[in-house]
Design a protein around this ligand. Structure first.
Ligand SMILES: *Cc1c(COP(=O)(O)O)cnc(C)c1O
Length: 438
């Protein structure tokens, strides 16, 4: 049914005719009407049909869609960070989101994926919220509103687009108590703050996800913070579950260096850790709060928990991911599979696509994690800037330009999409030349 205001009597017949001539685009009628109206308003009396079609096709292309990530950035912030789609989406059905199959009574949505993730990182309990920013906000609101939280001046960070620790602290109702200095903070700074401040609820340690302080520096370890009288909350950010990576046959890749992991941070004495679902965890957008059962329960009981809770699509997706971690099946997690694929394998794929364009490249973890880390990779390099042409393909291939050449990094391309790369390169006019000498 059309909306009454959009019935054909209310607009020039030409708009309606233009719209109806574009049904083959697959767009719903109101969007075709918008395109037709815009074309007419632009004053195209002759070429209106063609212009309307251009606008309709632009609308269709602007919808959220799958792309081939050939940038070599494993966690590409603009491309949805980690690639993850649970294997079995299945048919349209209801779920046991808040239903206990054993008793037939009401259940909790926080009983499955969060419990499995807690199991995978050795936490007593966990809950899942919308993202890591929400996780930090909820922890502070539930455990420290109206009281003080001590944070090192070296960790008052901004991460991503506007996640600023002082702002989140303010929103939560907790009082930020800055200790130490930008480059050096010692245990003594924290212990003085805790002993002189009876209002102190927590100490908060924030991982330096996207920056490094170099030179003369000192910081306080989780184990040291845990020696004080208040719980330690560690915002580790990236969501590495276990620094020994038991889900990878070859163990942790070298470039992981000393990225903090949930299991080891809890073992070191953190009462809670918070992390993202879509960074090194490799899953959907989510935030995880894991650690002491009483503190997790206090977070669950806070009214904000309901406002920040995820829906069944995210929880089901995280459940699949957690099961893969528990099965130590890194091959089932696209982020880890891509991150650890040997360079020789990528070179072999490049040779199958276009041997004369093959080149070694450099991938990065991305997503505001592991700054400065480079992962050896391979792919194809074309002369000149061809990214707009690659982006115009279907599905679009997103590449990058470096030194006046276009780099297609195969580390972030699923092998099933090699055919898309082959076809997209073959369709380029003029044909692609090697973008390097040699
Ligand atoms: C990325 C990050 C966040 C924000 O995570 P989102 O899931 O994007 O909300 C918070 N803290 C740290 C340390 C991070 O690295």
């Amino acid at each position: 049914m059309e909306h009454p205001n959009e019935s054909s009597q209310d607009r020039p017949p030409s708009v309606d005719r233009l719209a109806r001539a574009m049904v083959d685009t697959g767009l719903p009628h109101p969007l075709l009407v918008d395109a037709a109206r815009a074309a007419v308003a632009e004053g195209h009396s002759d070429g209106a049909a063609q212009r309307a079609r251009e606008l309709a096709e632009a609308t269709a292309r602007a919808l959220l869609t799958d792309v081939v990530n050939a940038t070599g950035v494993l966690l590409h912030t603009n491309l949805g960070r980690a690639p993850w789609r649970p294997p079995a989406v299945g048919q349209q059905r209801y779920t046991t989101l808040e239903f206990d199959l054993a008793t037939g009574n009401r259940g909790s949505r926080q009983d499955r994926a969060p419990a499995l993730l807690a199991r995978a990182c050795g936490a007593e309990a966990a809950i899942v919220v919308n993202n890591c920013a929400s996780a930090v906000l909820l922890v502070l609101a539930a455990l420290a509103a109206g009281r003080s939280v001590a944070v090192s001046r070296g960790e008052l960070v901004e991460i991503g687009g506007g996640f600023r620790i002082p702002n989140v602290m303010h929103q939560s109702g907790a009082k930020l108590l800055e200790v130490g200095t930008t480059n050096k903070t010692r245990l003594n700074d924290f212990s003085e703050a805790v002993t002189s401040n009876p209002e102190m609820a927590l100490t908060l340690s924030v991982h330096q996800s996207n920056y490094r302080i170099e030179g003369f520096t000192e910081s306080v370890s989780i184990a040291e913070l845990a020696s004080l009288d208040v719980p330690v909350v560690a915002d580790i950010g990236s969501g590495l579950l276990d620094s020994s990576c038991p889900w990878l046959d070859a163990g942790p890749p070298k470039w992981l260096s000393d990225e903090p992991a949930a299991r080891q941070t809890l073992e070191a004495g953190a009462a809670l850790v918070t992390f993202s679902g879509d960074k090194l965890l490799g899953g959907p957008q989510a935030g995880i709060i894991a650690g002491r059962a009483d503190l997790v329960a206090a977070c669950s009981a806070h009214p904000l928990a309901r406002a920040l809770r995820p829906g069944s699509l995210v929880l089901q997706s995280l459940q699949e991911l957690a099961l893969a971690y528990l099965a130590r099946d890194g091959e089932a997690i696209p982020f880890w599979r891509m991150a650890t694929i040997p360079v020789d394998e990528l070179r072999r794929r490049a040779d199958q696509i276009a041997p004369h364009l093959r080149a070694d490249t450099v991938s990065v973890p991305g997503g505001g994690t592991l700054p400065g880390v480079a992962i050896p990779s391979a792919g194809l390099v074309l002369a000149g800037d061809r990214v707009a042409e690659l982006r115009a393909g279907s599905p679009p291939v997103i590449a990058r330009v470096a030194n006046d050449a276009t780099v297609i990094d195969l580390r972030t391309v699923h092998p099933d999409d090699d055919g898309v790369i082959t076809a997209t390169i073959a369709a380029l006019t003029p044909p692609a030349d090697p973008g390097f000498n040699g």
